[in-house]
Design a binder for this molecule. Structure first.
Ligand code: ADP
Ligand code: MG
Length: 240
């Protein structure tokens, strides 16, 4: 579903991704862990075409993301991305916020967009918040709204970048439960996270990033139980 081959990415003189290789199968959940500045977010923004790459290739469902002929807007519909924080439109209700992209980007009729938005908001447990304004939602509810908004575009792949990092500890669980539900339903996912318990329980594979290199990738049992790379060992002992 996602094929990343020898991807190099620099910001000016700073090489942030130094030859990343990663293949994610349909329905697979890959978690990326690693220290701050190791290139995790940059990889996600390259995968959905928000950032250009310097060399290598990224394919999603057979489509080359950075090829000249690729319709990047069409491709982004296939790749949902949720960040640490999403600033919803404050003057629109939760329902209207989730309807927006299907209406504007897909040109969907109001009724159909509304049906999809209701379905996805219900899916993430927000069916009682449809007519509410985003400022009335807790941080955890706002993140679930952001997930519903991405799902409303029927993506083939979902990317999550530290979606629980800005939340109060007591709100983290509800968002992780939503991610776990999507994983159980067979969504293809790449999750950047600091939540090691989540990484261990939900991932098919865990990748450890260090200074722009994927130093190690393996099953959760291997990475958490018997990490090969000294930097992985160091990182994991610092998070315990
Ligand atoms: P992580 O998500 O693992 O913390 P990032 O991918 O955000 O790391 O950043 C990797 C490196 O790239 C950091 O040194 C960061 O400062 C740098 N960087 C990220 N985005 C930009 C940008 N738009 N311009 C310049 N440097 C950037
Ligand atoms: Mg980041």
């Amino acid at each position: 579903m996602i094929e990343i081959k020898d991807v190099h990415k620099s910001f000016g003189p700073l090489e942030v991704l130094k030859g990343i290789n990663l293949t994610v199968a349909s329905g697979e959940v890959v978690t990326i862990i690693g220290g701050s500045g190791s290139g995790k977010s940059t990889l996600l923004t390259c995968i959905n075409g928000l950032e250009p790459i310097n060399s290598g290739s990224i394919r999603i469902d057979g489509v080359e993301v950075h090829a000249k002929g690729t319709d990047i807007n069409k491709l982004r519909q296939k790749v949902g991305i949720v960040f640490q924080q999403w600033n919803a439109f404050p003057h629109l209700t939760v329902l209207e916020n989730v309807m927006l992209a299907p209406r504007k980007v897909l040109g969907m009729a109001r009724q159909q967009a509304e049906e999809i938005a209701v379905k996805q908001l219900t899916h993430v447990g927000l069916s009682d918040k449809l007519g509410v304004y985003p400022s009335r939602l807790s941080g955890g509810q706002q993140q679930r709204m952001a997930i519903a908004r991405a799902l409303a575009m029927s993506p083939a792949v979902m990317l999550f970048d530290e979606v629980t990092s800005a939340l109060d500890p007591q709100l983290v669980g509800e968002v992780l439960d939503t991610l776990k539900m999507l994983a159980d339903e067979g969504m293809t996912m790449i999750c950047v996270t600091h939540e090691m318990t989540f990484a261990r329980d939900v991932s098919d594979r865990v990748a450890f990033f260090h200074q722009g290199v994927m130093a190690e990738i393996g099953t959760p049992d291997q990475i958490f139980g018997a990490p090969h790379h000294p930097e992985t060992q160091r990182f994991l002992s610092s998070t315990r």
